[in-house]
Design a protein around this ligand. Sequence first.
Ligand SMILES: *[C@@H]1O[C@H](CO)[C@@H](O)[C@H](O)[C@H]1NC(C)=O
Ligand SMILES: *[C@@H]1O[C@H](CO)[C@@H](O)[C@H](O)[C@H]1NC(C)=O
Ligand SMILES: *[C@@H]1O[C@H](CO)[C@@H](O)[C@H](O)[C@H]1NC(C)=O
Ligand SMILES: *[C@@H]1O[C@H](CO)[C@@H](O)[C@H](O)[C@H]1NC(C)=O
Ligand SMILES: *[C@@H]1O[C@H](CO)[C@@H](O)[C@H](O)[C@H]1NC(C)=O
Ligand SMILES: [Fe+2]
Length: 539
Amino acid sequence: MGLVRLFLGSVLGVLGLLVNAVVLCNGGTTSAFVRQVEKTVDMPLESDVFHVPPGHNAPQQVHITQGDHEGKGLIVSWVTMDDPGSSTVLYWSENSKHKNKAKGTVVTYKFYNYTSGYIHHCTIKNLEFDTKYYYEVGIEHTTRTFWFTTPPEVGPDVPYTFGLIGDLGQSYDSNMTLTHYALNPTKGKTMLFMGDLSYADNYPNHDNVRWDTWGRFTERSAAYQPWIWTAGNHEIDFAPEIGETKPFKPYTHRYRVPYKASNSTAPFWYSIKRASAYIIVLSSYSAYGKYTPQYKWLEAELPKVSRSETPWLIVLMHAPWYNSYNYHYMEGETMRVMYEPWFVKYKVDVVFAGHVHAYERSGSPTISATNHRLIILDDLDLLFMVLTSVIWIWIIFFLFSKSDLDRRWILIVAVATTSIVAVAVVANICDHKSERVSNIAYNIVNGICSPVRDPSAPVYITIGDGGNLEGLATNMTEPQPTYSAFREASFGHAIFDIKNRTHAYYSWHRNQDGYAVEADSLWFFNRFWHPVDDSTSTQ
Ligand SMILES: *[C@@H]1O[C@H](CO)[C@@H](O)[C@H](O)[C@H]1NC(C)=O
Ligand SMILES: *[C@@H]1O[C@H](CO)[C@@H](O)[C@H](O)[C@H]1NC(C)=O
Ligand SMILES: *[C@@H]1O[C@H](CO)[C@@H](O)[C@H](O)[C@H]1NC(C)=O
Ligand SMILES: *[C@@H]1O[C@H](CO)[C@@H](O)[C@H](O)[C@H]1NC(C)=O
Ligand SMILES: *[C@@H]1O[C@H](CO)[C@@H](O)[C@H](O)[C@H]1NC(C)=O
Ligand SMILES: [Fe+2]
């Protein structure tokens, strides 16, 4: 019977479509953007960005970071090469002529046959919120003046804009990333830096001159807005072959963080409040297992976060937990096992990591095999069930009806209804919202080891694409896993723009595009105040 075959054929066709959709929508999007394939090259020592400021013993490598827990303090750091000079900072607010003084300290260090300049650190305290200040470093004929703006007082609805860069290095691409960040029409006010600063350790004997050049290169941003530091693997500088056995020596001498203000016992993990954000910095390269100082600190720290005061809970770390590139694959896994249940429990909004020299954002389409339901239909559940029942009723009529005319009509309606269901299901499966994922159910014996949809989980963003000399990570795992919503191997930076307690707008900007172009973007809905699915407007 022709009609029966036609009918069975169309049912099979529709089933095929469904299976297809499941396969197609298994992971997220791997960007089809094709970039120039050029080797990443470090800028030579004589480059303009490395120029030493004129004058005897002129302060160089000036950089600032937050200096207390709530944003009224600031640490100013700089280097003088010829002699110690002065560690005092003069500072005054925009609308005052009175110059205040803050006294700092000076340190030096040796690394193999390198001797550092005089590294000054000066903490300024009790600044006014939301105020522009000028500050002056150096003495006599070689002083230099910069400025910064303090954040607004901590509060739940204070808008604030963060910039995001990781793994910067000092190549021509690094310079492009910094330029694009500066010229982005959305102005970042504070930089969240995910670790791997200078890459000096890629040079013979970890040539620490490259720490100095990096300091001069980044001054054009870091002297004017705080950079919040995270330690990466290139900060370890562990080189027993040349007698350097104390990890993090250059990094800790050059870059200070306000770790004591958050009761941390080491500068590698700490927290700050800034505007409406609570930022926790973790160390992928310090012990994080149970009973370790970092573990105990984080365990005590998370319950202290008041989302009524700081709605946005942001975590920075170097090695990503959710990464689908063939570089550093699973390096973040042991830390994930230790801390992910806490991140879900305390509803962390977003985790930023670096390390992998590419871009990736977690999240999955609305399908998850491990939820023990093949297709999650959400709000379309009812429609789906009604239409399925209609189809089956028509099939039964079809089998028992006598006239061919009846059968033809029954067939038309059956095929039409089935198609509607199919379209609805396909649309639903492929609805790429940023479904947050977690992977905390596994206990060795239960076999539940795949990430599942979890509205309390953070979004994980890898932004190790600052542009260092090691080049891009282009080799990805295939097929794209369900926990990966979007990935692309391009250099760039991102902006996290907090609007109020419920909304923040996130965008990623690749260096090949115009300054205003968003290559990936997402409305973040706060996990505490507005825990609905985030909406994405990818590409
Ligand atoms: C350090 O030693 C290396 C070789 O081991 C040499 O090339 C370099 O010039 C030395 N640097 C200084 C500052 O002495
Ligand atoms: C780095 O970028 C700045 C700003 O765009 C530019 O003025 C400078 O010439 C660049 N330097 C190098 C070495 O590319
Ligand atoms: C640090 O510990 C002290 C003493 O226990 C406490 O008063 C203070 O509130 C703590 N600070 C933070 C930021 O947790
Ligand atoms: C990509 O990585 C995989 C796994 O490490 C490796 O087997 C493969 O050869 C790599 N492909 C390329 C083109 O490098
Ligand atoms: C928060 O910001 C979003 C985006 O700008 C806006 O749509 C929303 O109305 C704001 N909420 C409140 C309570 O102002
Ligand atoms: Fe790294």
